[in-house]
Design a protein around this ligand. Structure first.
Ligand code: FPP
Ligand code: MG
Length: 310
């Protein structure tokens, strides 16, 4: 389960008569950060979960994650992701939506084949949350104004739910106590919210591999824009006028954006610290030998979330 080795994600078997799998497999070769498999591997060590089960959870998470991004790029009408054309740009909107559906169906059949019904139930709930998060976000785009609490709720659902599932399902399958499973869920959720807040910073970047200013162009006032308007309320009117329109440059200076991005990073820091405390509490119940090294590795990983540029 490394960045270089994506073979564990490839689809094979039934369902290639009309090249659906072929389209998906070639898309899967454009690797993401593989953040979920890395977290699952770490939690696998903490809960001493056999490799085969770790793979099943990691594959399910990555396939659902891929499906949701394929759908998301159709919804957001995004042209690029990971520095590449999005799947709907390479094919068509309908084929991209169908490819996402195929991935979802494959995850269900693999979890059923493995007899993992409980985590099939919880991944279905996570997917419901993801869709709810997208629904709320869509409503906010139309409403035009939103609070930080509303944005946190969107992030908790659209990004936090799957990471929460990754962590909690390892604990669940390994037979951990219910209160520990819950802590794992909360840890993943916090990581997801923090990740999404940095994603909002990167919406103002030209090196992220994704379209720039997509959120505001789609009508969404994201975390960073909200922080910008808090510092510079004089920009409020013109920024709101720009919502939903195509533009290349905003009325802000690079220094103003940097300040807003730093405000977001400070809030992210707070959430990531809460995640570190949760992680420390989770490891208290583990009898894994090298827990100090694992904790250090996780804390480094957590710190990288704040500093990422892609
Ligand atoms: C990225 O948000 C989007 C998500 C994390 C979730 C999108 C989910 C759906 C569209 C529903 C998927 C449904 C099924 C059945 C698979 P973003 O647009 O803020 O991030 P980006 O900058 O990476 O595009
Ligand atoms: Mg998007």
């Amino acid at each position: 389960m490394t960045n270089a080795d994506l073979s564990f994600l490839k689809l094979s078997g039934r369902g290639n008569a009309y090249r659906v799998q072929e389209v998906i497999n070639s898309h899967l070769s454009h690797s993401g950060k593989m953040m979920r498999p890395k977290i699952i591997e770490i939690f696998g060590l903490i809960f001493n979960l056999e490799k085969e089960k770790q793979y099943l959870i990691a594959r399910s998470a990555e396939l659902i994650h891929t499906a949701s991004l394929i759908h998301d790029d159709v919804v957001d009408e995004a042209d690029t992701r990971r520095g590449e054309l999005t799947l709907h740009k390479k094919t068509t909107n309908s084929r991209a939506v169908l490819a996402g559906d195929f991935l979802l169906a494959r995850v269900i059949s693999e979890l059923v084949s493995a007899g993992e019904y409980e985590i099939l139930r919880t991944i279905s709930e996570a997917l419901e949350d993801i869709v709810e998060g997208e629904f709320l976000q869509d409503q906010l785009k139309i409403k035009g104004t939103n609070s930080k609490e509303e944005l946190i709720e969107v992030s908790r659902k659209k990004t936090g739910a799957l990471l929460a599932w990754c962590c909690s399902s390892v604990a669940q399958v390994a037979g951990a106590q219910e209160n520990i499973v819950k802590k794992c869920h909360l840890f993943g959720e916090k990581i997801g919210v923090a990740f999404q807040m940095i994603d909002d910073n990167l919406d103002f970047s030209s090196v992220s591999g994704k379209d720039k200013h997509k959120d505001l162009q789609d009508g969404l006032i994201n975390f960073t824009t909200l922080n910008l308007l808090k510092r510079y309320p004089e920009l409020y009117y013109v920024v709101h006028q720009m919502r939903g329109s195509q533009f290349s440059d905003g009325p802000w200076s690079s220094q103003q954006i940097e300040e807003a991005q730093n405000d977001t990073k400070e809030e992210v820091d707070f959430i990531l610290n809460e995640a570190k405390v949760l992680f420390a509490e989770i490891t208290m119940s583990s009898n894994t030998e090298n827990i100090l090294e694992i904790t250090q590795e996780v804390f480094n990983f957590i710190d990288q979330i704040k500093e990422r540029t892609k």
